[in-house]
Design a protein around this ligand. Structure first.
Ligand code: ARG
Length: 492
């Protein structure tokens, strides 16, 4: 099952206040026996997590089906019971897949909803699925199963954005732009080099996802509430059944640990930061002042007041949502930091930020990829941006090649810039006598350093922005694109 088959969002009406259980009729809960009163409606609404965790439905059923098989292997259920429960659970899953599952106002969370529905289908036998299990190990099992799919799906999204950056680099291979440090013109650079810089940042994000995957892929089920199940299930077999790599060795840790959720949010936040840095560049380069990048009309929006405006909203949202993603990470870390028990209800706050982060990125990544693929580059405008400033390093190197120590050359070229400013002409148009007066090593050929191709050709070092080096880098990027997937297909 993929995350694309997430259960549909069902009618929100079904959990609105007017349909909450009244205080006189006790709702169907998994814990009602010791209570003489029905829950207060306000408390019920606060406590219920169904609006958030309903999207775990299919993963929760997957975990429960494996638990039923484990109970069968342990001799706790007879084969006929196993088969009836599995068939019933399959029907519930089908209802979710088809978007026809009917929620009930008493469905406190997704686990309750599924068990309630199973009881409607198979009768009291449904009461046996929870034998030896707690919602504490159940929920975190479903969450981990969900996250495996989420990582696989997000990885494909990031990979597609990388492919878009690669396509850009290929298309813009010969486009020369000013390279900036401190947002001041520094040295000439190929635009392809800049696109590829962002490619590699995303590659690290994918490495992090692949690295996180095995830590997600561990089995909590069988930990029960905190101390371990009393049913003699074979947890290794259960792990294999669910495709987990290993059993979490400590039952307390199994239900308490949300590192995987925090790590997911860190990966998401850093990915968000990378998208934001890319976006900031795109926002600058599409502005009139830079103007060498132009978004397709389909990926920009206008102003209600100023008819001329074409705004890079998608990229501004990427920049803004990076802030949201960082907040989701710090929020969960703050939730986790003081928890004394194996399970505290605080942990119910773990899923909303993870789902939110996932949804943001799931919506953002394909839009950015498409916006980059359809953007137009204006090489002549990029070229026109180059000021003589970007050749100052070349000029210093020119003197160095003629035996002048670099420190001295640095000072001399600084004086060239002073002179140019004082005379109100660019350095490339200072007369030769001025150069010679500043240092005798300057000769007629000094003017050839004021050519970006000259500067680029001198940077063919591995990883440099020289045209040949960038072509080699491009080939490396292309070869890297298919690596580091999380969940690599297992050898048969
Ligand atoms: N809805 C709960 C959650 O998301 C399920 C676990 C409930 N466990 C409990 N002991 N009340 O965390």
């Amino acid at each position: 099952m993929t995350t694309d088959e997430r259960p549909t969002t069902l009618d929100h009406q079904q959990t609105t206040n007017d349909q909450r259980p009244s205080t006189t009729d006790h709702p169907y809960t998994l814990w009602g026996g010791r209570f003489r009163k029905a829950p207060d409606p306000g408390f019920w609404a606060l406590n219920a997590s169904i609006d958030v965790d309903r999207r775990l439905a299919l993963h929760d059923i997957e975990g429960t089906r494996a638990w039923v098989r484990a109970l069968g292997r342990a001799g706790v259920l007879i084969e006929e019971e196993v088969q009836r429960l599995l068939a019933g659970l399959e029907q519930v899953a089908r209802e979710f897949r088809e978007g026809v599952f009917a929620f009930h106002p008493s469905d406190e969370d997704i686990h309750t909803a599924i068990e309630r529905r199973l009881r409607e289908i198979v009768g009291p036998l449904a009461g046996k699925v929870h034998t030896g299990r707690s919602r504490n190990d159940q929920v975190v099992t479903a969450f981990r199963l969900w996250m495996r799919d989420a990582l696989t799906h997000l990885d494909a999204r990031v990979q597609d954005l990388q492919a878009a950056l690669l396509a850009r680099a290929e298309a813009d291979l010969d486009v020369v732009v000013p390279g900036y440090t401190h947002l001041q013109q520094a040295q000439p650079m190929l635009l392809a080099h800049w696109w590829l810089a962002h490619f590699w940042a995303l590659q690290r994000d994918r490495e992090r996802m692949a690295d996180l995957y095995p830590r997600v892929n561990r089995l909590p089920l069988g930990a029960a509430a905190l101390a371990g199940t009393t049913v003699p299930v074979d947890r290794e077999a259960l792990a294999r059944d669910l495709g987990f790599d290993q059993v979490i060795p400590n039952s307390w840790d199994a239900v308490a640990d949300r590192d995987f959720a925090a790590e997911f949010l860190f990966v998401a936040a850093l990915l968000g930061v990378h998208l934001s840095r890319l976006a900031e560049g795109v926002i600058l380069f599409t502005s009139r002042e830079f103007g060498f990048l132009e978004l397709d009309d389909a990926f920009a929006s206008g102003s209600s007041l100023m008819p001329q405006k074409k705004n890079p909203d998608a990229f501004e949202l990427a920049r803004g949502q990076a802030g949201t993603l960082i907040g989701l990470l710090t929020g969960l870390l703050a939730t986790l930091k003081g928890l004394p028990s194996a399970y505290d209800k605080d942990l119910q706050e773990d899923k909303a930020p993870v789902f939110r982060a996932y949804d943001l990125l799931d919506a953002l990544l394909p839009v950015l990829a498409a916006a980059l693929r359809t953007a137009k580059v204006h090489p002549e405008r990029a070229r026109a941006l180059l000021r003589d400033d970007v050749f100052a390093t070349e000029l210093a190197d020119y003197l160095v090649a003629r035996g002048v120590p670099f420190r001295e050359a640095h000072v001399v070229v600084g004086q060239v810039w002073q002179k140019a400013e004082a005379m109100g002409v660019p350095a490339s148009r200072l007369p030769l006598e001025v150069y010679k007066a500043l240092h005798p090593a300057f000769e007629e050929d000094v003017y050839r350093v004021f050519d970006p191709m000259y500067a680029l050709a001198r940077r063919e070092v591995e990883g440099g922005t020289g045209p040949k080096a960038v072509r080699r880098q491009l080939a490396l990027a292309r070869a890297t694109l298919d690596r580091n997937k999380p969940n690599p297909p297992k050898e048969a």
